[in-house]
Each structure stands twice: as C-alpha cells, then as structure tokens.
Design a protein. Structure first.
Length: 256
C-alpha cells in the first residue's frame, strides 16, 4: 500500500470555508481529488450546514451527479434550520438531489451503482461510519475515491493532553479507515496528525472486506436504535459473503 501525503495549497477566493467544519487544508484535499479524478457520480453522507455541499456543487462538472444525504432533517447546531441549508442558495444545482432525514439504507436503490466519489463524514462514534460504508461499498466503482473526515477526532487534544469524554470515544472513522484495504491512500502533510484520509477502491478493497466487519465488533457508543437494523441484516446478507453476515449478526446481537 502506498500512502501519499499531500501538501495543501491555498484555496481560491471562490471556495467556501464557512460552516464546512473542516480546515482549509482539508477542504483543499477534497477539491484536489475532485480535480484529479473528475468524478461523474458523487455521494456525500453527512452534510451538516451544507458548506461542503456548496463546494461540491461548485467544483463538479454540470453533467456530474451529486447526492447529499443526512439522517438529521434539521441542522444539529440550530434546529430552526434544515440540514444542508447553505446549498439552498446555490444557483447552479444541476444534477443535484438532497435527502434530509434519511438513512442511506432508505435511498441507496434510488442512487444506484456507479459511484466514483464519496465523502463520509457522520457521527464518528461507533458504529457510525462503519454502517454507512458497509451500505455504500457494493455501489462503489473500482477506482472510486472514498474520503473520510475526522479520522483522528479523538486525538484533537493531543498537544495539551486534554480530552473530553466524547472525543475519546470518537475513534470510529479512524478505525474504519485503517481497516480498509487499498493500494493507494491519501492524507495531508501536517505537524501533528492528518485528520482527513482518502483511498482509491480496488480489488483489495473488496477482497479484504472481512477486516471491516471484524473491526465493527467492538463497543458501540452511539447505538442506532432508530435505524432499520433488520434492513441492515438483510442488506448485508444479500451483498456480502456469509462469513461477513455472520460477524455482523453476532456483533449486532451483542450490542442489543
């Protein structure tokens, strides 16, 4: 596996950094990968205020599709505003659809296969991004760019060794990112530790998927009681090898 550390460049004045909840360097990495791979079908899971959605709309080609999904109908910082509200003011919304208050399990059939760029940035506590990734993987093309944000959210206080309880538990995305096999991964050059990572889906990603299910078998801090867990079981049974399905069911039964 080759992990490529990239040195971020400056954003242009047209790039949005308001309410993106990423550093300018992290925003640059996503922009760089969009420009490098020129995706045709982009999926964004976890949209918050929609700052990153605005950027994706501005960066993508007009004929490229963008699907943005958030489980929350309203912005978690201000319930009077809709999730992704910033995207509502963008004039050019060609080939764009936003799903507010939906799990990916609810919309995956409508989105369909052939995804070649996906950004996963959700709750960061187990099982969070694991469930999202497991749903999305069967729809990702070989060569798809998968971006994970907050892969080291639990370590953000590393300099002064001051952790809040919720930060300690938020290792989900980093554990997932480390569990996925890929011949090519990207991160940022940084003085501390890169909090964003990306990988390119290849045959090793599919062949090594059992490691993802093994890593899922740990304590869940954010048990998704409102999700259709029976639907998840059925999905995993249909799209994954039987040994992955068995691991998933054992892990889920322990949590319940």
């Amino acid at each position: 596996m080759a992990e490529i550390e990239l040195k971020a460049e400056k954003l242009s004045e047209n790039d949005d950094s308001e309410n993106v909840e990423m550093s300018e360097e992290e925003i640059w990495l996503i922009k760089h990968l969009i420009e490098k791979y020129n995706p045709r079908k982009i999926v964004e899971i976890g949209i918050s205020a929609g700052g990153n959605t605005v950027n994706l709309l501005n960066w993508k080609d007009d004929d490229a599709q963008l699907f943005s999904i958030d489980l929350a109908e309203n912005w978690y910082k201000d319930s009077t505003k809709l999730s992704g509200f910033m995207a509502d003011d963008v004039e050019n919304k060609k080939n764009f659809k936003i799903y507010r208050g939906y799990d990916y399990l609810d919309v995956y059939e409508e989105i369909g296969d052939g995804i070649d760029f996906i950004v996963i940035d959700t709750v960061h506590a187990m099982p969070g991004e694991f469930l999202t990734y497991i749903l999305a993987l069967p729809q990702l093309k070989d060569g798809c760019v998968v971006v994970f944000h907050d892969i080291h959210l639990n370590m953000k206080k590393i300099k002064n060794n001051k952790f809040r309880d919720n930060e300690v538990s938020m290792y989900c995305t980093g554990l997932l990112y480390s569990s996925i096999s890929a011949n090519e991964k990207y991160s940022l050059q940084t003085d501390v530790i890169s909090n964003i990572g990306a990988l390119i889906v290849d045959d090793t990603t599919q062949n090594g998927v059992k490691d993802v299910f093994r890593s899922l078998c740990s304590k869940w801090f954010n048990f998704p009681a409102n999700l259709n867990l029976d639907g998840y079981r059925e999905y995993v049974k249909e799209y994954y090898p039987i040994e992955c399905y068995n691991l998933f069911c054992i892990c889920l039964d322990f949590q319940e």
